[in-house]
Design a protein around this ligand. Structure first.
Ligand SMILES: O=C(O)CCC(=O)C(=O)O
Length: 215
């Protein structure tokens, strides 16, 4: 009986827990990559990808961000973001295949694209936003892998302003699912205490009208 209770209480894994109280699902898969694997991937991506600034619209003016960003996809998907056209580039040969497979295994979702962000230090972050329902569909799953510096990631409910925060560490996977993008904003908080880079990969299923691919 005691053993059964122990199993019931502690048998659930971290990833079964929804980090949001309502209107969406965020699961934390912890370190899906071992430390050595995470180190090697971080170094490869930092040194071998053609990082370049992103474009953000600030006070109506298109401005280059200090944060660098890349978008890869199975096809040259396009969408408009704040009036700026974006297009996915072909996957970089051999660099993301294994980690994409891992993201698909972890989340049980097939992805056709990946957005990568490089934050050089804690002065760079990402302001409150949600990922486009028009581009990814209303119930999309987005798998996020963090590499490098630990950073605070926050969610804010669009209506109630309720907040949830978590620290994202080297090698950690989280998955946002369900109606998370419809009801919650998310942000990477800036901080002066982080002085080293962080890379984030978000694997996504871009919905270009040819049919969504899911397991
Ligand atoms: O860097 C992160 O953890 C999140 C990035 C993000 O929110 C995005 O690419 O839309």
């Amino acid at each position: 009986m005691a053993e059964q209770m122990f199993f019931d209480l502690f048998g659930a894994s971290l990833s079964d827990i929804n980090l949001l109280p309502c209107d969406g699902i965020v699961n934390d898969y912890g370190s899906a990559l071992g430390p050595a694997e995470a180190d090697a991937l971080y170094e490869r991506l930092l040194n071998q990808l053609p990082w370049r600034p992103d474009i953000a619209v600030v006070n109506g003016v298109a401005t280059e961000t200090a944060r660098h960003a890349l978008w890869y996809g199975d096809r040259p998907f396009r969408y408009m973001h704040s009036g700026i056209p974006r297009q996915a580039q072909p996957w970089p040969a051999g660099l993301l295949d294994d980690v994409k497979r891992l993201a698909e295994e972890v989340s049980q979702t097939r992805f056709n694209s990946c957005v990568l962000n490089l934050y050089h230090d804690g002065r760079e972050g990402m302001t409150w936003h949600s990922d486009s329902e028009a581009a990814y569909g209303p119930h999309t799953a987005i798998a996020s892998l963090s590499l490098g510096a630990t950073r605070k990631f926050a969610f804010m409910h669009k209506r109630t302003r309720e907040r949830r925060e978590l620290m994202l560490r080297h090698g950690q996977f989280i998955v946002m699912r369900g109606e998370t993008q419809r009801h919650w904003l998310h942000a990477v908080m800036k901080t002066f205490t982080v002085t080293s880079p962080r890379i984030n990969l978000t694997f996504r299923t871009f919905d270009d009208g040819t049919g969504r691919a899911a397991f």
